[in-house]
Design a protein around this ligand. Structure first.
Ligand code: MG
Length: 267
């Protein structure tokens, strides 16, 4: 099931790298600003200004909802605090000492897209929260280490799951990573878990052999409690954990090259 995966040439990957550099700069800026007292809306404005000044387009702004009747996403970042998992809408809520905030950013530049996320500590955070951030980032890099030509997609998924579950945490199942290119969401879908052998990762997601030229947005969402999540009925976007335990999210856009994985969303 690789026929609908769009391969990118080295020249196209180089263009995605330029978009990825802006994403990385945006996340670096968030890291500098994320402190007690700042609002998620202020973070959104700062990132949007940076993207536009760099000549990019914020991919998330006005991104259509998959649920009919839900308005398009209104901001340039997703800002998800504590028990919020993904798709948090920036607002005037001020961050407090001890919070964690997951920031997801997508940028289009010259027709090509890059996407990354990172969870930031606000001031001094608790020990469990700190471990959640460490485990989630480590799981991302474990997944990336298998993103090589000749490996299978399920190797990436299994590596993420192994790292998370060995730490006694759970991976979100309702949201998955994705191929990326001209569009933010392309084939394949990349779950952060596997179940069942063979050609299906879990019955819903087709497995495939990885090839040079694939570009994947690998993005573990990890919960301190159970894996179940719910979507806010009021705004139709914000996803939070069912048990309200805290959640973290780390993501990179990664190009598969003959020499191994190349992360496009770091400086
Ligand atoms: Mg993504």
């Amino acid at each position: 099931m690789t026929e609908n995966i769009i391969l990118k040439s080295p020249a196209q990957i180089a263009k995605m790298r330029e978009a990825g550099r802006i994403v990385a700069q945006a996340l670096k800026l968030v890291g500098e600003l994320a402190a007690p007292g700042i609002s998620t809306l202020e973070l959104d404005r700062a990132v949007e200004d940076l993207i536009i000044a760099a000549g990019g387009i914020p991919t998330f702004k006005d991104y259509p909802a998959s649920t009919p009747g839900v308005p398009a996403f209104p901001a340039s970042i997703c800002a998800s605090v504590n028990e919020q998992v993904v798709h948090g809408i920036p607002d005037t809520r001020q961050l407090r000492e001890g919070d964690i905030i997951s920031i997801d950013v997508g940028v289009h530049l010259g027709g090509w897209c890059a996407d990354a996320a990172r969870t930031f500590p606000i001031g001094k955070i608790g020990r469990k929260a700190a471990r959640l951030l460490e485990v989630t980032e480590r799981a991302l890099f474990q997944g990336i280490s298998f993103a090589k030509p000749g490996m299978r997609l399920r190797d990436v998924s299994a590596a993420v799951q192994r790292e998370v579950e060995a730490a006694g945490m759970s991976v979100v199942r309702q949201f998955v990573g994705h191929g990326i290119g001209r569009d933010m969401h392309e084939a394949p879908q990349i779950p952060n878990y596997v179940c069942g052998p063979g050609e299906k990762l879990d019955g819903a997601f087709p497995d495939c052999v990885l090839a040079a030229g694939m570009v994947l947005a690998i993005e573990p969402m990890v919960n301190l409690g159970g894996f179940e999540v719910l979507t806010d009925k009021g705004n139709g976007w914000t996803v939070y954990t069912r048990d309200r335990a805290w959640s973290a999210h780390f993501e990179h856009t990664v190009a598969l090259t003959p020499n191994g994985p190349q992360i496009l969303t770091e400086l």
